[in-house]
Design a protein. Structure first.
Length: 293
């Protein structure tokens, strides 16, 4: 299991932004120029793969991402992996994906301390681990890719595997049977029961670990879905406000009709959508919106 850490600006000697960028770029062979570029979450996923390769699959990580909803996917992968190695760390994904310096710098400071507490010094080939995928950096995070983008050259080295996390501690009831195996008589018949008990204990431990991993993944999935829901709802709300300012336009009316339409057998939750239909009540609604904004 991983070693968790506690970080505050008053308890930790933090690196400067330049020192932090140098550590990131040298460790993962990247060309980041700003801490804000860590907002995609891809670098954190690879750092965790460096520490615990069995806890995360880099095939799920979008290294060349430029879209906010793809950033959320990377953070979801990171959260699942942290849960698998036993780390409970609240992550403000909705703030980090915005790419603001302060939010990202605070998180990378915690992660550097976490990395130092768990890294054993083994060799790692970052380019080979991500199969030579190019990583979005600098202006490429906000601009579309060009056909001349150069791909990273895969290193010939092979990353060493980190030791697997220790199994979960045995339940108290099962531990009590352990001495029977050590002090078992030399007779052949007496040695059968401890052997069977040990096999059952191992099976239960594996099943418990598997179920804990599933629960952690479900919890992160729900949190990620709620974040995505809020993100897209906010976008729709902004579109609605803009449309209501030009509701006489036939195209705008069509857009509003689509937005307010409901599927067969579906009714909006009570109190959630207090918005009038597109063909009535717009004058009153527009006055309210203008007062609010």
């Amino acid at each position: 299991m991983a070693v968790n850490v506690f970080h505050t600006s008053s308890t930790t000697d933090s690196l400067s932004r330049q020192d932090m960028l140098q550590w990131i770029n040298q460790s993962l062979q990247l060309n980041y120029t700003k801490i804000e570029e860590m907002c995609s979450g891809a670098a954190y996923c690879q750092f965790l793969h460096l520490l615990f390769p069995d806890a995360i699959s880099l095939k799920k990580v979008k290294f060349a991402t430029r879209l906010e909803h793809e950033y959320i996917n990377n953070w979801k992968v990171l959260q699942v992996a942290l849960k698998k190695v036993g780390i409970e760390k609240p992550i403000a994904v909705e703030k980090l994906v915005k790419g603001r310096f302060q939010d990202n710098f605070e998180f990378v400071q915690w992660f550097k301390k976490f990395f130092d507490a768990n890294y054993d010094g083994h060799e790692y080939d970052p380019v080979g681990a991500r199969e030579g995928q190019s990583v979005a950096t600098g202006e490429s995070l906000t601009k579309p890719p060009t056909s001349a983008a150069a791909s990273s050259k895969t290193s010939s080295g092979i990353a060493r595997q980190v030791a697997k996390p220790k199994p979960v501690a045995a339940p108290p009831a099962a531990v009590a049977k352990a001495p029977a195996k050590v002090a078992a008589p030399a007779t052949k018949a007496a040695g059968v029961a401890p052997s069977a008990s040990s096999g059952e204990l191992k099976s239960l431990q594996e099943e418990n670990q598997r179920l804990q991993g599933q629960i952690a993944e479900f919890e992160v999935t729900v949190q990620s879905l709620e974040t995505e829901r809020d993100f897209y709802f906010g976008k729709l709300r902004d579109i609605e406000v803009v449309c209501q300012q030009s509701e006489d336009d036939p195209l705008i009316k069509q857009i509003l009709e689509i937005m307010y339409a409901t599927a067969d057998g579906f009714s909006p939750p009570e109190g959630e959508l207090d918005v009038p239909p597109p063909d009535e009540g717009y004058e009153q609604q527009e006055e309210v919106e203008q007062d609010e904004y």
